[in-house]
Design a protein around this ligand. Structure first.
Ligand SMILES: NC(=O)c1ccc[n+]([C@@H]2O[C@H](COP(=O)([O-])OP(=O)(O)OC[C@H]3O[C@@H](n4cnc5c(N)ncnc54)[C@H](OP(=O)(O)O)[C@@H]3O)[C@@H](O)[C@H]2O)c1
Length: 260
């Protein structure tokens, strides 16, 4: 089975790649991000787990480069059976003074590139009548966070597209799993928490490890489930959006002065 994982050099993506290597016997993993040395370290872990691994360094904020790297992965390892759109970045700060170049890069990386990769794998998946697509959105798609305008836009867009795509592909044999993680212990979450001032609301939120999330994501994806909200506490945001909006506006801590 050929598994293509973006953003596999660190955090959730590296944990997902390891979990897929463990759970899918004889998996052929293609792992992509910018940092070739970090990818090589993850590849060594994957090989130790019995999988094969091809390292494909690429800046995925360029969607043409992303499609090109996917083409090379298919040439090396055959058609993609499992696509995991995980790579992402986050710009936290005041909307009026945000670094516009960084914000636009993140919008492309978090939203445009995943949709381009989906389009690129779909013809072969639908022709075979089989395939798994996993889109790592965010709880921010269900509970948009003040101070993260561009990230909310990207993750809200990805989640909406991913949910709609699942309906479009119903009965095709290709499944789409949309993932809504809450706070996961990674460099990205650390940076976001540092951008906000101290807050009891933030301290009370459940935090999970990348490994625990990865185990749940792989199980949901291989079973073809529509979505995973984890920790489950955040599932309440789907059922009570008006209460969620009120809570987010009332309790999101102020950005620190140093945040953009
Ligand atoms: N951590 C959380 O609390 C949380 C919550 C909800 C959703 N998420 C989502 O989960 C996904 C993974 O996040 P994480 O927390 O694991 O973040 P992370 O630790 O910062 O890892 C991000 C990954 O994306 C890759 N990446 C970043 N920019 C890239 C680019 N331009 N081209 C290619 N690869 C790039 C990074 O690799 P290189 O630096 O090597 O390029 C790294 O492998 C993201 O989509 C994020 O939005 C995270």
């Amino acid at each position: 089975m050929h598994v293509f994982v973006t953003g596999a050099s660190a955090g959730i993506g590296a944990a997902l790649a390891r979990e897929l290597a463990r759970r899918v016997p004889g998996a052929r993993l293609s792992i992509v991000s910018r940092d070739a040395a970090a990818l090589e370290r993850v590849a060594a872990d994957l090989r130790a787990l019995g999988a094969s691994a091809v390292v494909l360094p690429c800046d995925l904020s360029d969607p043409d480069a992303a499609e090109d790297v996917l083409r090379r992965a298919v040439e090396a390892s055959g058609p993609v059976d499992v696509l995991v759109n995980n790579a992402g970045s986050q710009v936290v700060g005041r909307t009026a003074s945000i670094d516009i170049a960084a914000a636009e890069r993140s919008l492309v990386l978090d939203l445009v590139t995943p949709l381009r990769l989906v389009r690129a794998v779909l013809p072969a998946m639908t022709a075979r009548g089989a395939g798994r697509i996993v889109n790592i959105a965010s709880a921010a798609a269900l509970a948009p966070t003040p101070g993260m305008t561009w990230y909310n836009a990207a993750k809200g867009g990805l989640a909406a597209a991913s949910e709609a795509l699942r309906g479009e592909l119903a009965g095709s044999g290709v499944t789409v799993t949309t993932v809504y993680p809450g706070i996961v212990q990674t460099d990205m979450a650390d940076a976001a928490i540092r951008a906000f001032g101290p807050s009891l609301a933030l301290r009370l939120q459940p935090v999970v490890t990348a490994e625990v999330l990865a185990e749940r994501v792989v199980r949901a994806a291989l079973a073809g489930r529509a979505r995973l909200v984890h920790p489950r506490f955040y599932a309440l945001t789907r059922w009570f959006p008006a209460v969620t909006r009120w809570l987010m506006d009332a309790f999101t801590p102020a950005l620190r002065e140093t945040a953009a």
